[in-house]
Design a protein around this ligand. Structure first.
Ligand code: SAM
Length: 219
């Protein structure tokens, strides 16, 4: 086997937020930068996420309804359900194979989550308080892109058109037309200003940024 073949696929496991998630080549290997999305949500709910770090004043109730869009291995949605047991979590992915892996993980951790095969939020009828999404945002034209490094992961999990922003923009269109108040998005930091500008035109206010994670909300 090629020396560059990811260890996570060899082992069939990747740690995310302290838990070993099952992974295979149908899903993106969960990344450490995505863990900050969990901290960001816990902070919004007023739950301490690091010993000694006081969360900000809660803006969201613990009974909130969360949509994890582009769930992949399920790492975000499942972690949120385990950390916020009163929350309802709906996880979507366009890939049935990815959803099969996410369902395995939900079973492994006994996390009660609703899974839907869906383009973005299309198949979700219920009201949503918060959308968390790590959608594909890699632009094939980035000169710093190491395609060999990414070559083992599914293209559908990595690349997006319009300089990597197509799906994120479509999601913002959907959340704004459904008046979904809270939005947590992962993107490369070089894309953040464009996303903030796009979202601002649709009523969203910039809330916070941590590494790759952006927080936006509707007034
Ligand atoms: C970057 S991966 C993130 C996986 C996981 N959430 C994580 O953070 O590790 C993006 C995921 O979005 C899914 N996806 C791609 N296009 C989508 C779409 N139009 N609607 C829903 N999911 C989509 C892919 O199948 C993939 O699982």
């Amino acid at each position: 086997m090629n020396a560059n073949y990811p260890k996570a696929y060899k082992k069939g496991l990747q740690n995310f937020y302290g838990r070993d998630f099952v992974v295979n080549r149908d899903v993106l290997i969960p990344r450490p930068e995505t863990e900050m999305a969990i901290d960001m949500v816990l902070n919004l709910v007023g739950k301490p996420y690091l010993p000694g770090v006081k969360p900000s004043k809660a803006v969201l109730d613990k009974n909130l309804i969360i949509a994890d869009v582009g769930t992949g291995s399920g790492c975000i949605g499942i972690t949120l359900k385990l950390e916020l047991t009163k929350a309802k979590v709906i996880a979507t992915d366009i890939s049935k194979r990815a959803l099969d892996v996410a369902k395995k993980n939900a079973e492994k951790f006994n996390a009660k989550i609703e899974f839907l095969q869906s383009n973005l939020l299309d198949e979700i009828d219920s009201q949503i308080d918060l959308v968390v999404a790590n959608l594909p945002y890699v632009d094939k034209e980035w000169e710093w892109l190491d395609e060999a490094f990414l070559s083992y992961e599914p293209n559908i999990a990595l690349y997006a058109e319009n300089h990597g922003l197509k799906l994120i923009y479509e999601l913002i269109d959907q959340t704004s037309s459904r008046k979904i108040k809270y939005l947590i998005l992962e993107a490369d930091p070089c894309q953040h200003q464009q996303i903030i500008d796009y979202a601002k035109k649709r009523g969203y206010i910039f809330g916070d940024v941590r590494g790759f994670i952006l927080y936006l909300y509707l007034e």
